[in-house]
Design a protein around this ligand. Structure first.
Ligand SMILES: CC(C)(COP(=O)(O)OP(=O)(O)OC[C@H]1O[C@@H](n2cnc3c(N)ncnc32)[C@H](O)[C@@H]1OP(=O)(O)O)[C@@H](O)C(=O)NCCC(=O)NCCS
Length: 178
């Protein structure tokens, strides 16, 4: 069985009309359907942007991002004197790994790619959180990567989760100064 795939063997490309998506298959039919039928038109209509992940020329995963907000009262690491009802963020609208390639580090790689894209937004536009509405059985994956869940919505079918970009950026600038 193939173990963890090295990051150096993976690469990300923005979705465009030349990509063949027909062989992709993850464990969620809704996510397969999104990628094959809606991702490109949503992108053309400026609703979402999808990045594809390839390993040895094979499509192994994808992530789609949108602009979003989170209720200020939903987070536990908000600002003390924040006067607005919502915080700005980027949402992971869809993220999936082909079922044949699960648990090999590709989901984490896609998440880091999404965080990287969010960082470049943070440099230009106010954006405090990266957000996701997680399936129940994917909560552990996001928690391992530092996301917190919104306690008051933990019984929903999809549970809102968030990662504060401020400490991520602070840690990165510390590393850069070392
Ligand atoms: C959830 C998903 C994206 C994870 O991707 P992946 O490539 O399998 O995950 P990784 O190999 O990068 O795993 C990273 C870590 O998270 C853990 N992990 C992965 N999936 C997990 C899950 N469902 N629950 C708990 N932990 C999980 C791994 O064990 C690993 O931990 P480790 O570093 O301690 O070994 C993938 O399984 C998937 O596409 N599932 C179907 C679609 C889906 O649920 N998408 C999320 C929509 S919200």
């Amino acid at each position: 069985m193939l173990s963890i795939i090295q990051d150096s063997e993976l690469f990300i490309e923005s979705l465009d009309k030349r990509h063949d998506l027909s062989f992709f298959s993850c464990s969620s039919s809704e996510l397969n359907d999104f990628l094959k039928n809606d991702a490109l038109s949503d992108q053309n209509n400026m609703i979402s942007r999808t990045s594809l992940c390839f390993w040895k020329g094979e499509l192994v995963g994808f992530v789609a991002l949108i602009a979003d907000t989170i209720e200020a009262r939903a987070v536990i690491d908000g600002l003390e004197h924040y006067e607005y009802r919502k915080y700005p963020g980027v949402k992971i609208a869809r993220l999936a790994v082909d079922f044949r390639f699960e648990r090999k580090g590709i989901g984490t790689y896609l998440l880091l790619a999404a965080i990287g894209k969010t960082l470049s937004i943070c440099e230009n536009i106010g954006c405090r959180y990266i957000l996701v509405d997680s399936k129940k059985n994917s909560i552990g994956f996001y928690e391992k990567n530092g996301f917190k869940l919104v306690e008051k919505y933990k019984n929903r079918e999809f549970i809102p989760m968030y990662l504060n970009m401020q400490p991520v950026i602070a840690e990165m600038s510390l590393e850069n100064n070392e």
